[in-house]
Design a protein around this ligand. Structure first.
Ligand code: PMP
Length: 409
């Protein structure tokens, strides 16, 4: 592995050489999506230039190439999150689709009237709405584990929610709005003690830290490729073998069947059973290339770099007059969220954009947790492996000028 130098890694990402409003782009909107390294872009070109075909392995040479590339990507995902088998890895569109798949395929079979689904107050709308829809359809109840004033889940309160009616617990590994890292293994063990299944939303987790789904012992783990340097439109649902095996299909169509007559269809086993129709083959291959890239650098090295940068960013942001950090958990990853006295978050976002600095300003698709802090929006710089101290300095300098009335350009 190369020694960790974010400035060197930055050069792997061609878009980071863009200038925006005459200034070098400072990309601090990684929580929304990450940029793509040249090796991922090249892999897509390679696929469409030399391998493109639908994946019916035996049909012809290109079909064999594309099938091999697609299945190799599945194995890269397996290794990356330490799943025990490629059968546990279902390709989906993204975290949202993964969660909907579980809510509908697993949920419709296993959640009934009077049952309970537990989520946390930190959740992205993608990990609230599908459960709400399931609860409404089944007459089940959605219960919410509260957080303290730092944005940390109150474990005692969470434990009190668990009982014989709890069928599934769904919570995030890292809050996209506050950056809180949740104690996944501990919360999972508690849920299992009550016989509930566990889905972890890893959309903001898998890109920031090493993930071992077997060590965490989660039943489902969902994430999106585009937040980990891969293309949009590809994501992953991991499921434990026995849980996926017992789960009915979600959508019906080609690729997911063993045999079809007008009377009856016999379905394939996992993962094919959950991949009806032609999948996003090229972007899955791109995800494999992104995983190769991350593995060359090392997730532990990335986590250490981002941890240091988060501490640096926290310290320096707090020097801006009137800036209040939202989300002060002991364990955080990748996300800084703040409000500025006397400024609308949306206006701060626009002012920063005039200086080439890209951050998210708004509710981050997590309205309940912002409202827990009495807010409708925050400004959210979010980090990735290619961010540097310079990026933070440029941000802090712009905010300081904004607050001192000298304004940004
Ligand atoms: N969960 C979390 C925590 C997220 O941050 C996001 C994306 N902002 C999602 C789920 C949904 O991901 P996607 O839109 O890629 O499906």
């Amino acid at each position: 592995a190369r020694p960790f130098d974010a400035n060197v890694f930055k050069r792997d990402f061609p878009i980071l050489r863009e200038t925006i409003n005459g200034r070098p782009l400072v990309w601090l909107d990684n929580g929304a999506t990450t940029q793509k390294p040249q090796c991922v872009i090249d892999r897509l070109v390679q696929f469409y230039t030399h391998e493109n075909s639908n994946i019916h392995r035996a049909a012809h040479t290109l079909a064999a190439r594309s099938t091999d590339a697609y299945e190799a990507a599945r194995d890269k995902v397996r290794r990356f999150i330490n799943a025990s088998s490629v059968k546990d890895i279902v390709f989906v569109r993204g975290a949202t689709e993964a969660i909907n798949l579980v809510a509908q395929a697993w949920g419709r079979r296993n959640v009934g009237e009077g049952d309970e689904i537990v989520v946390s107050h930190l959740e992205h709308h993608a990990n609230i709405v599908p459960w709400q829809q399931l609860a409404a359809e089944k007459g089940a109840r959605l219960r919410v584990a509260p957080v303290d004033d730092h944005g940390q889940i109150l474990l005692d309160e969470y434990e009190k929610l668990l009982g014989p009616k709890t069928k599934i617990v769904a919570f995030t590994q890292v809050s996209n709005a506050l950056g809180t890292v949740t104690p996944v293994a501990e919360m999972t063990a508690l849920a299992h003690r009550h016989g509930a299944k566990v889905l972890v939303d890893g959309a903001q987790g898998v890109c920031h830290m090493p993930v071992d789904v077997q060590a965490l012992d989660v039943d489902f783990y969902a994430f999106s490729g585009h937040k980990m340097f891969a293309p949009t439109g590809i994501g992953v649902l991991y499921g434990k073998a026995d849980v996926l095996e017992a789960m009915p299909p979600w959508q019906g169509g080609g690729n997911m069947i063993a045999d079809v007559t007008f009377e009856k269809t016999i379905f394939q086993g996992p993962p094919d059973r959950f991949e009806a129709g032609t999948g996003n083959i090229a972007d899955a291959v791109g995800l494999g290339a992104a995983i190769d890239y991350l593995s060359r650098i090392g997730m532990a090295n990335i986590a250490a770099h981002e941890h240091e940068l988060l501490a640096y960013g926290t310290e320096h942001l707090l020097t801006v007059p009137g800036l209040k950090l939202i989300g002060t958990a002991r364990e955080k990853a990748g996300i800084l969220s703040f409000v500025l006295d006397g400024c609308r978050s949306e206006d701060v976002g626009k002012a920063l954009d005039r200086e080439g600095i890209a951050v998210r300003a708004g509710h981050h698709c997590a309205q309940p947790i912002l409202r827990r802090f009495g807010l409708e929006s925050t400004v959210r710089p979010s980090l990735a492996l290619y961010n540097t101290h310079d990026d933070i300095d440029v941000l802090v300098d712009a905010l300081q000028r904004l607050q001192s009335g000298r304004g940004v350009r």
